[in-house]
Write a protein that binds this ligand. Sequence first.
Ligand SMILES: N[C@@H](CCC(=O)N[C@@H](CSS)C(=O)NCC(=O)O)C(=O)O
Length: 238
Amino acid sequence: MAPPLLLLQLFDRESCTYTYLLADSESKEAVLIDPVLETLDRDMKLVTELGLTLKVAVNTHCHADHITSSGLMKQQVLGLNSAICGLSGAQADIQLREGDSIPFGPHRLVVRETPGHTDGCMTLVTADQTMAFTGDALLIRGCGRTDFQQGCSKRLYESVHSKIFTLPDSCLVYPAHDYQGQSVSTVGEERRFNPRLTKSLDEFVHIMNNLNLPKPGKIDIAVPCNMVCGLHQVEPTP
Ligand SMILES: N[C@@H](CCC(=O)N[C@@H](CSS)C(=O)NCC(=O)O)C(=O)O
């Protein structure tokens, strides 16, 4: 039997982003999902305190609301690789596609491409399908907006129904954001209670076309920056 997997859910108050630190308790190999620039020091301190070896810093997509810390983190952690979905068009050491794995110790995260919020969105699922890190595709009782960055509500609906709602009901759903103080859901709960994704495709498209959300405050800085792993206009360290 595989040794226990350690999971820490970390929060950035400014962007309401969840960063996830997953580690193998025996080998101490670790993966960081969706790290945020402003919380780089907090995350690095935690990795050091826990004696972890960070292997991969992966972004579930090219974020529009905050800058990733994965590029700067690479400058601080020897051997760390950045990763993103190849369909995002963004730079990273590892370009992931459907079915690819991110191994850490005996564990692995398996890629399911879930476009719709952006072209390059992916959901990362543990090999035993007990946990899914859904990025902005599926939020708790919500979902990512589809009004910019190649957003397409029909694609998002199809992604969630075919790639996330087909996971076991008990599979835990860990989103990239929450704006209501919720931290975790399950596939079964979202299949039954998600106010957007329980609707028909036509109703869903109508809802998404009428969200009328203001643009993320940092979008014009964050998107170009995240296309280059968060390192836009950052001087390389000697
Ligand atoms: N106010 C925030 C941005 C909030 C926002 O638009 N969130 C996105 C995910 S980050 S691009 C979203 O998809 N929200 C869906 C929803 O229904 O709220 C800011 O200024 O950064």
